[in-house]
Design a protein around this ligand. Structure first.
Ligand code: TRP
Length: 330
């Protein structure tokens, strides 16, 4: 492993993973494994800002892990672990809370929108959610953080917290960089409301393709996706948000560039185009689902991966915590 840079990424095990999670983040993870030391976490502590059912949460952790494996992440090449199994995340979280300002967290757009949606449960966990992300990242001295576009503001905050703690206590932390593999596809939008991101918590499930949706369901959702009153297929996120989103999806899953697609589909009707997008998505997700079920049935194997991952992660995390405690004087 040696001198390779460390890359960190994580997904919450709340709800079912979506095509947005896959295209924006998870599909890039396997390619990182040769060049980087990869730390891929399942962020279950982040998931409990909303009350979770115990059994469902436990099931979703294994679902998420099986999906990581289906996407080509290999436990011998990457460290895959459950966040809550490395208790140092909470230790560092507290220290970082003491170096984060109320005003900074108030400015987080995700906090603002989530607290507006769920006014009855604006808890402190939701408020300081990005500080726990900072702990995740800094515990492993990560060089890069692979995220979707919606998390940029959070990582900018993490960078500020890092600079502050280095200023206060001496240079004890590496300042992580944002890593977005593909700016276009880093944000897949909702199918019926393409000005908003595709979000697993969307109340209208027709907005979202879940990775485990049946082929029938995928075809139905995509062929119903919102387009516009024109009839030409080209990329323009403002005037043609729906079509642009479908072009993004097609391009990310095939590797064909958007400009090539514009030429390819010059004479195609919206209706036919949507069928073609549906075909590409179905094919990709069918392959993914086959692998997913293969791994999901091996529960002992999945638990072993998490145990081994937590052991290695813990060793690294403890070193960081010791260093920080020492620097701070506790
Ligand atoms: N908040 C991220 C998301 O919802 C998941 C996450 C948790 C994360 N900790 C992280 C992402 C640290 C990057 C780095 O997508």
């Amino acid at each position: 492993m040696g001198s390779k840079q460390v890359i960190f990424s994580a997904v919450q095990p709340s709800g079912k993973l979506t095509l947005g999670n896959y295209i924006g983040v998870i599909s890039h993870w396997s390619n990182m494994q040769k060049m980087y030391n990869c730390m891929y976490s399942i962020a279950d502590l982040h998931a409990i800002t909303v009350k979770q059912e115990k059994k469902v949460l436990k099931k979703q952790v294994l679902d998420t892990l099986a999906m990581y494996l289906a996407a080509g992440i290999h436990p011998k090449s990457s460290i895959i672990f459950l966040q809550s199994e490395v208790k140092e995340h909470c230790q560092l979280y507290w220290i970082l809370n003491c170096c984060t300002y109320f005003g900074e967290l108030m400015r987080m757009t995700q906090f603002k929108s989530k607290s507006k949606i769920n006014t009855k449960n604006v808890n402190i966990g939701l408020f300081s959610y990005p500080v726990l992300m900072a702990a995740d990242i800094l515990l492993y001295q990560s060089d890069k953080v692979l995220i979707g576009k919606d998390q940029i503001q959070h990582i900018e905050l993490v960078r500020n917290i890092t600079r502050r703690i280095n200023f206060l206590y001496g240079k004890i932390m590496k300042t992580p960089e944002v890593y977005i593999p593909n700016l276009y596809s880093a944000k897949i939008m909702s199918l019926l409301n393409p000005m908003h991101k595709m979000s697993k918590s969307d109340v209208n499930k027709n907005n979202v393709i879940f990775l485990l949706d049946s082929i029938q369901c995928i075809v139905k959702k995509i062929t119903q996706a919102v387009t516009d009153s024109g009839n030409k297929i080209f990329y323009d996120v403002y005037k043609k948000a729906g079509i642009s989103n479908l072009l993004n999806i097609y391009s990310s899953l095939t590797g064909v560039s958007i400009s090539e697609l514009e030429v390819m589909f010059e004479k195609t009707t919206y209706k036919d185009f949507k069928f073609l997008v549906a075909k590409i998505v179905s094919k990709k997700l069918y392959q993914l689902q086959e692998k997913f079920y293969y791994f999901r049935n091996k529960e002992l194997y999945l638990r072993d991966i998490l145990n081994d991952g937590a052991c290695v992660a813990k060793m690294k995390a403890q070193k960081t915590i010791d260093r920080i405690y020492h620097a701070i004087g506790i």
